[in-house]
Design a protein around this ligand. Structure first.
Ligand SMILES: Nc1nc2c(ncn2[C@@H]2O[C@H](COP(=O)(O)OP(=O)(O)OP(=O)(O)O)[C@@H](O)[C@H]2O)c(=O)[nH]1
Ligand SMILES: [Mg+2]
Length: 209
């Protein structure tokens, strides 16, 4: 199925691997796109929205729900989405961030197939320190970035556009920031198109070591 046809349907996502520790991280041959962002920002909700299946990824109003790397294979498109644990919520955030960084570094060192990282930020909030750290971290590793502004259904149109502009200037992502709502499906098709493009984009190939 070509990428355009795929954007009109649900992504056929299957959870194939869950890794809690670095030695559980698999070597996956397919192109991969990872989802990163603070706890509670809506990463797992986005997976479910793309798949059109509410119970595929576990979501929770309590931050810190996802504690593992979860690999979802998008069968028809041939790439993997990797739902990363959220970070930056616990009080001991330095230790938590250190753990997050180690797990992600372990992941990055095992794959040369990472094509891009989707950086999710909450549309309702001005850029947060942890969001900026993530963006800087990705930029330092030359990992192409797709910015997704989540919970757009809870944000006024004027504020949404202002935030989008702010992030475009701040992060200079590989693609224009996407306003997204897991509740209404806003931005879903645009994101599917960008994911399909990023997965095959030779410009967006392995990050610098
Ligand atoms: N209104 C609205 N609520 C959302 C949206 N996305 C996520 N939520 C809610 O935000 C909460 C957290 O969502 P999750 O998808 O579990 O967030 P996460 O980023 O995976 O969180 P961790 O696994 O802790 O890192 C849940 O209560 C969701 O229902 C959205 O687009 N709109
Ligand atoms: Mg989650």
């Amino acid at each position: 199925m070509d990428a355009i046809a795929q954007t009109r349907t649900e992504l056929d996502l299957d959870l194939v691997v869950t890794a809690y520790l670095s030695d559980q991280i698999p070597v996956v041959a397919e192109p991969q796109i990872a989802l990163a962002g603070r706890s509670n920002v809506g990463k797992s909700t986005l997976v479910n929205c793309l798949a059109g299946r509410k119970g595929l990824a576990k979501i929770s109003a309590t931050p810190g729900k996802t504690r593992s790397l979860n690999f979802y294979q998008a069968r028809a498109t041939g790439y993997c989405l990797v739902d990363l644990p959220g970070y930056g919520y616990a009080r001991c955030s330095m230790a938590e961030r250190d753990k997050w960084a180690k797990l992600i570094e372990a992941y990055l060192s095992k794959t040369d197939q990472l094509r891009a990282v989707v950086a999710l930020v909450d549309c309702r909030l001005p850029p947060q320190r942890l969001d900026i750290e993530l963006v800087d971290w990705l930029r330092a590793r030359r990992i192409p970035m797709i910015m997704v502004l989540t919970k757009a259904d809870k944000c006024k149109q004027r504020d949404r556009e202002a935030r989008k502009k702010e992030w475009r200037e701040l992060a200079q992502p590989a693609f224009p920031p996407i306003l997204f709502s897991g509740k209404t499906g806003l931005g879903r098709e645009a994101l599917c198109r960008v994911l399909a493009e990023a997965a095959v984009n030779p410009e967006a190939s392995p990050p610098a070591p």
